[in-house]
Ligand binder design. Structure first.
Ligand SMILES: Nc1nc2c(ncn2[C@@H]2O[C@H](COP(=O)(O)OP(=O)(O)OP(=O)(O)O)[C@@H](O)[C@H]2O)c(=O)[nH]1
Ligand SMILES: [Mg+2]
Length: 249
């Protein structure tokens, strides 16, 4: 079973198209799937639109949280819910703003069977970015280069929240991640590496948000760089604890 977590905050203009395209992409794959939207009580009523879709599509589920607490907190809430209430083996995460092309999921699903984490990647052969100016490209390139060098990840993409996690890894991420905002996306990847996960990158086409407002500000971007550097100590602690628990379990 594949559970797709979509965190939303004011995505009323995007959520219906995303679910339609996602359903079209998933249906022919012959897999059991659910789509779980985690909405932080969006003032634009995104959750109402999801409730409407739920009336006609039983694959769609919704959790409404009281207030906006960050993308990381929302995804973690969804992961915990899935781990506690289902026996799903695969957890997919993706943004609601149509930046993460649903049509790329088939290839990711294929690779998920032989990996612990599938990372959709803009920075390997076949990957693309549509609609970003040089400024945004440079920031993303810088953040990715910094993670790659500091943590010797051997990966090209670390900042995109379009992934498939194995169940055991999702449990580790729930146990070990602490951040709540955008830096969580990087933290979850670093925890995966610290726990020895097998990670595969699959090319994706990233399309800049067309509708709705970005919630990512300059403060968040600066926060990323600070976070990447500061996390090194925590990374070593998690690596020791996670591998120790793997040996003893
Ligand atoms: N539930 C919840 N979702 C959030 C929160 N912050 C962001 N999101 C969602 O997380 C996803 C990514 O947020 P975006 O605003 O697109 O951030 P980004 O992709 O880094 O930046 P842009 O594409 O430039 O807007 C989207 O689906 C948002 O609706 C939050 O506090 N709570
Ligand atoms: Mg976005």
């Amino acid at each position: 079973m594949y559970y797709v977590i979509i965190p939303t905050y004011n995505e009323i203009d995007n959520i219906e198209e995303l679910i339609t395209r996602l359903t079209k992409a998933l249906s022919p794959l012959n897999i059991d799937y659910r789509i779980l939207v985690i909405d932080d009580n969006s003032p634009d009523g995104t959750w109402k639109k999801v409730q409407e879709i739920m009336q006609r599509d039983k694959h769609v589920e919704l959790i409404i949280r009281e207030k906006k607490e960050g993308i990381g907190a929302a995804i973690k809430h969804g992961m915990k819910h899935i781990l506690e209430n289902t026996d799903a083996e695969y957890i997919v995460t993706m943004d609601a703003d149509l930046s993460h092309t649903p049509e790329d999921l088939a290839e990711m699903v294929k690779h998920s069977r032989s990996a612990d984490l599938v990372q959709a990647s803009r920075y390997i052969s076949g990957g693309k970015i549509i609609g970003w100016g040089p400024h945004r490209k440079l920031i993303s390139w810088g953040a990715n280069a910094l993670v790659r060098i500091l943590y010797r990840t051997g990966l090209h993409e670390h900042t995109t929240n379009y992934r498939i996690y194995r169940r055991w890894l999702a449990q580790k991420i729930v146990d070990y991640t602490r951040s709540r905002g955008y830096e969580w996306v990087i933290e979850a990847l670093l925890v995966s590496i610290a726990c020895g996960a097998k990670i595969v990158e699959v090319p994706t086409t990233f399309v800049n948000r067309v509708k709705g407002k970005s919630k990512l500000g300059v403060k968040d971007i600066l926060g990323w760089f600070k976070y990447i550097v500061a996390f090194r100590k925590q990374f070593n602690i998690i690596r020791n604890t996670c591998r120790e628990s793997a040996r003893t379990s």
